[in-house]
Design a protein around this ligand. Structure first.
Ligand code: CP
Ligand code: NVA
Length: 308
């Protein structure tokens, strides 16, 4: 049994195995309707609890569909409706759920909640996003890049904007998959030193470049995300928008990247804020492949967690 808690907590060879499996699983579904079962049914007889303490479209639907296609059943739970949201401890919740279901996916606020869940559960726990990281997203992103452009090792990836949870997992991935990562955003929204330090120690070249036009030179992939994450206070909205406006990904910025550079965004996007519609719907963009690949990547993650 394995937990999938973070990109940097999983052995790089295992991560590569998961991506290869995800591509094989995707290939096996060609020509099938969405509701058709996979040829293999590794989750037959298993139930997966999907816990959401924050909103979600992609994570919720892709996990639910993925489990069903693999022959399992899901239970989608809102944290607020559980006793968890009314004072029951995370440890007790983990112990109880471990008696009912076979695996837990949780989207939560504090990373500590995820870690406590994993510590006390006797079944696999998967990180569906915390304030600090979003590893399932980045597995889908690596898969998407490699599908379009081949191995990501040695490529230049540029993150623009807020050094947030998705950015943190991308930095972890730079360390695990061996690509160069340039962060371009205001100093006040830099990624955590600890995360950059970890990736550098793992051998990745991590650069901070305040000027986005300079940052994207030679980029094979440009990545953006919302300027205000679900855990951020809306009171900071105006200040953040003012700080982040220079980092908008638009056609002019993409002209400075490699001509075959890809553009990714985990979605949901705020069109004309962090990215223009021209880029989102333009030739560099692979955002909907990225969203689709959440399904395939997470199926491979769930199988790896359960060893099936
Ligand atoms: N990218 C992502 O995790 O989307 P949702 O918030 O819709 O799940
Ligand atoms: N950084 C965003 C990602 C959403 C999928 C957030 O945490 O709200």
């Amino acid at each position: 049994m394995n937990h999938f808690l973070d990109v940097h907590k999983t052995d790089p060879e295992q991560l590569k195995h998961i991506i290869a499996e995800a591509r094989r699983i995707k290939g096996d579904r060609v020509g099938k309707t969405r509701g058709a079962p996979d040829a293999e049914q590794p989750l037959a007889g298993r139930i997966v609890a999907l816990i959401f303490e924050k909103p979600s479209t992609r994570t919720r639907v892709s996990f639910d569909v993925g489990v069903r296609q693999m022959g399992g059943e899901t239970m989608v739970l809102s944290g607020a409706d559980m006793q968890l949201g009314h004072g029951e401890s995370i440890a007790d919740t983990a112990r109880v759920l471990s008696r009912y279901v076979d695996m837990i996916m949780i989207r939560t606020f504090e990373e500590q909640t995820l870690l406590e869940m994993a510590e006390h559960a006797t079944i696999p726990v998967i990180n569906g996003l915390t304030n600090r990281t979003h590893p399932c997203q980045i597995m889908a992103d690596v898969m998407t890049f490699e599908e379009h452009r081949g191995p990501i090792a040695g490529k230049k990836v540029v993150w623009t904007g807020d050094g947030n949870n998705v950015c943190a997992s991308l930095i972890h991935a730079a360390g695990q998959f061996g690509f160069d990562l340039t962060f371009s955003g205001p100093q006040t929204l830099d990624p955590e030193d600890e995360i950059i330090g970890w990736a550098r120690k793992a051998g990745a070249k991590i650069t901070v470049e305040r000027d986005p036009q300079v940052a994207v030179k030679g980029a094979d992939l440009v990545v953006a995300d919302t300027w205000i994450s679900m855990h951020d206070s809306q009171t900071t909205k105006e200040r953040r928008h003012n700080q982040l406006r220079p980092y908008q990904v638009n056609s002019e910025l993409m002209l400075n990247a490699n001509s075959d550079a890809l553009f990714m965004h985990c979605l949901p996007a705020h069109r004309e804020e962090e990215v223009t519609s021209e880029v989102m719907d333009g030739p560099h963009s692979v955002i909907f492949d990225e969203a689709e690949n959440r399904l395939h990547a997470q199926k491979a993650i769930m199988r790896w967690c359960l060893g099936v």
